[in-house]
Design a binder for this molecule. Sequence first.
Ligand code: 1HE
Length: 269
Amino acid sequence: MFDSPLPAAAPSGDHPLVTLALDGPVATLTLNRPAKRNAINLELVGALGQRLAVLPESVRVVVLDAAGEHFSAGLDLSEVPEMSAAQGVRHSHAWYEVFERLQCGRLPVIAVLRGAVVGGGLELASCAHVRVAETSAYFGLPEGQRGIFLGGGGSVRVSKLIGFSRVAEMMLTGHVYDADEAHRIGLTHYTVPAGKGLARALELAARIAGNAPMSNFAILRALPLIAEQPMSHGLMTESLMAAITQSEPEAKERVEAFLAKRAAKVAPQ
Ligand code: 1HE
């Protein structure tokens, strides 16, 4: 074990680098370092982790937004020159701890992406469950050009989203994907006009918050496990999760409402 390099945070979770707005079941967390294009230093990672740790029980969905024109310029490069190899490993693990809280916590996360979503910013965005990109968003992994490497989980998470080959090519050539291309390759789920990202994310958040909690739990906790399991194990996990979710009283009520023609039909949007 080693000491975390993350700075101690206020027990309330309050920190100016990540602001919180609560609206019913939706918590909007906003990266708030626009003068540095939301470059991610350890203080910001710590602030994000602390905010996530102390969200009220009433919160059902997190929207992750960013102040200014850019989601994030990635790792705060000013932290690199002084870092020893051992500190570098601990630095990455500090990011992993917080990013895992985001990806594998109890809450679905919707990221609102605009401008630069690069390096560690893309690694952060890849932890979200839903990615909404404004048309200004662009996606790159300039680590190769900076003489460094992915260190915030991107070699695992971004590769799972778009494939190892695209990640290698992005890093080797400095290829930057625009919002349309990113959508086409499955890096994002929605592309919306400039300035409309937060509104779309909030609309999606309301839908997610309206799902049965057990269904959201299964989507967050079982689906990623199933993706890692061999087929026979995945099918067994799926069947157990299906049986548990459908035995919840809320599932019975929702299905009965549909059968009684009291629930909305599926329709194209
Ligand atoms: C920064 C950073 C940063 C901006 N670390 N300070 N990431 C990168 O290689 C991306 C580097 N950044 C850029 O390419 C550009 O800043 C942007 C395209 C994102 C935005 O350009 P622009 O013209 O709007 O802003 P700017 O003038 O370049 O930056 C404004 C300020 O933010 C400026 O500081 P100032 O004190 O001169 O005002 C910049 O120095 C500062 N700034 N980006 C530190 N990244 C866990 S491993 C992950 C590894 C990586 O993430 S590698 C990728 C790093």
